[in-house]
Design a protein around this ligand. Sequence first.
Ligand code: DER
Length: 236
Amino acid sequence: SDIENAKRNAARAAVAEHFDPAARYVGIGSGSTIVYVVEAIQALNDPRIANINFIPTGYQSRQVILKAHLKDLKFDSLPPSTLIDVAFDGADEIDDSLNCIKGGGACLYQEKLVATQAKKFICVADHRKLQPRLLTFWKYIPIEVEPLATHTVMKEILALGATSAVLREGHMMKAGPIRTDQDNFIIDASFQPLLLPVDVQKSGSLHPIQKGMEGKGKAGVWEVRELAREIKAIEG
Ligand code: DER
C-alpha cells in the first residue's frame, strides 16, 4: 500500500542519512515503521554491522532485532554513562518542532529511556504523522502508569484539563487493561490540540494544560514526559 511504501521510503532515507555502520550502540524503537528501518540496515550488507549492539525498546523491538539476526543488548547492560550513538523510532504524531506523541504501541517507557540516552534521536514516520500541532490527528496522549497509581494519576490529568482519561483495554485480544513491557497500565488522555508558544502569545489565552499549570512557570507545548514529571511532582 502507499502508506507502507511511505514508511519504507522514510526508513531508507533515515538509514542512508543517519546510520553509521561503525557505530557501537544503536537504539531500535517499536511499532511497524521500525521494521523497515531494520530492513534498510540489513540491506547495507556491511560486515561492521555484526559488531553493533542494538538496544531494543521492548519485547516487540527485540523480536525485530533478533529476527534480523542482529546483536541485541538490553538497555540496562549498557556500560554506565555510555551514550547510544543513534536511536531510530517511530511516533504517533510529530509537530514542526519535532515534539512527538509516543505510546500508540504502549512501548513509550523504554522508547523514551533509549531516546534520552542517545546522542541523536531519529524519528521515522510517514507523511500522516507530521501535523502543525500535536493532537490534530492523534487524539490522545498515552501515559504509562503504575497500576496502583491509576486513579490518582487520572484525577490529576483531568485536573490538568484533559477532556477524558481512559484506561487502555485489551478488547477482544485481552479482557481487562493491557499491561506494558514493564507490567504497567496505559492511560490515554484526550486534550484539545496542543498549542505552541506562538499561539499563546498570539491569542493570549492559555491551553487548559497551561492553565492547570499556570503559575508553575510552565507554558508552551507539553510533552508527555514533562506532563508525567509534573504529575509525579503533584503526586509526591
Ligand atoms: O508507540 C510508539 O510511540 C511507536 O513508536 C508507534 O506508535 C509507532 O508505530 P508505527 O510505526 O506502527 O506507526
